[in-house]
Write a protein that binds this ligand. Structure first.
Ligand code: KG4
Ligand code: ZN
Length: 340
């Protein structure tokens, strides 16, 4: 008998995910049914395909996760689901299913902001969330956030155009690499020379915490035109390393100056791009030099997953934050600023 278990569902984009958190906030089980192979031929997520596959995959995945977690329905005390930001038709599948389960069990339902899930993910397994500076780098967002505690967030910087992950994916596509480009670029970058080509460090000296990554795409396009058709594997690896270096330098530079300006002793990094080994290495060493502690989301909890949504649900209920009305709608453009 486990008791006090939290169930959460995440279907904001192309991963169908289900997870359980136990009464002490630790992850009991976290399962993801990836649709990467399905969308790969299109070089990006096709919303219509994503939602139809969530609806096919979700119910068997819930049964599978319940069995793996060795949980019974009556042990579930709270149910959470991602309500945005994301693709409307995808969000609706997880949100509606979670609401139906909450109603059937007579348990509270929590509408969770996907970005709050990422933001809290470095602290999975921890009881409380210390004040810190959060860097969230995903496929859709690049955010710097001052965090006072659960539900108390101030966004101090975001991207003016493309997100960091989006830039990785678009440049990956230009290089003819498999979708998504981020993991493939970081794998190849390990064999390349980061000083081989020059990429702009956009807005590095802007004096604020805004980002801009769309110029990188244009630079990559011009560079590839100059390099001609069919560049060698070694040249592609050099492009990957140089491009990655530019993104990482800007992310690390801005995160460290924000933490310094706001006297934060802790930086927490999350989102799919936080899987990037170069980013992990550079932010750790830069923070160490500035006497700042770093917490990185574990790679399994960096890319989209439901463990972070279950953990956010658990954190909110622990913090005494009210559950959500069943009439709460999904919101594809949900902002983190409106989380409290
Ligand atoms: O957080 P996430 O799974 O989904 C969103 O909420 O967007 O992030 C996905 C993004 C993709 O753009 C992917 O290319 C990027 O994370 N990504 C990486 C790496 N692994 C995933 N980017 C750079 N290096 C990686 N190793
Ligand atoms: Zn995400």
């Amino acid at each position: 008998m486990k008791g006090g278990v939290t169930l959460a569902i995440e279907t904001s984009c192309d991963e169908t995910a289900v997870a359980f958190v136990s009464a002490d906030g630790s992850i009991l089980c976290s399962e993801v049914a990836s649709q990467i192979e399905l969308h790969s031929p299109y070089g990006g997520v096709v919303p219509e395909l994503a939602s139809r596959n969530h609806s096919v995959d979700l119910h068997p995945l819930i049964d599978h996760t319940i069995a793996r977690a060795e949980v019974t329905w009556s042990e579930i005390e709270a149910v959470g689901a991602t309500s945005g930001p994301g693709l409307a038709s995808s969000l609706l599948i997880g949100d509606t299913t979670a609401k139906a389960i909450a109603v059937a069990l007579g348990r509270p339902f929590y509408s969770i902001n996907h970005m709050e899930g990422h933001l809290l993910s470095p602290f999975i397994g921890y009881n409380s969330i210390p004040p810190h500076l959060a860097l969230i780098v995903s496929g859709g967002h690049t955010l710097l956030v001052r965090v006072a505690g659960v539900g108390d967030y101030e966004v101090i910087g975001s991207t003016r155009d493309d997100a960091a992950g989006e830039a990785f994916d678009k440049v990956g596509k230009m290089l003819g690499l498999p979708y998504p480009g981020g993991p493939e670029i970081s794998r190849r970058a390990a064999y390349g020379n980061p000083d081989a080509y020059e990429f702009p460090r956009s807005m590095i000296d802007s004096g604020d915490f805004a980002f801009s990554f769309s110029g990188l795409k244009t630079s990559a396009l011009y560079l590839l035109q100059k390099l001609g058709e069919n560049p060698s594997e070694a040249v592609i690896n050099d492009v990957c390393a140089s491009f990655q270096e530019a993104i990482v330098e800007v992310l690390v530079g801005k995160a460290i100056s924000a933490a310094t300006q706001f006297s934060n002793q802790l930086i927490a990094v999350s989102g799919g791009v936080s899987c990037n080994p170069k980013l992990r290495e550079c932010i750790t060493s830069a923070a160490e030099k500035s006497g700042i502690e770093v917490k990185l989301a574990l790679p399994d909890y960096s890319t989209d997953n439901a463990a972070m949504i279950a953990f956010a649900t658990w954190q909110r209920s622990q913090a005494g934050i009210a559950s959500s009305s069943l009439a709460t709608d999904i919101n594809p453009n949900l902002s983190l600023a409106k989380t409290k």
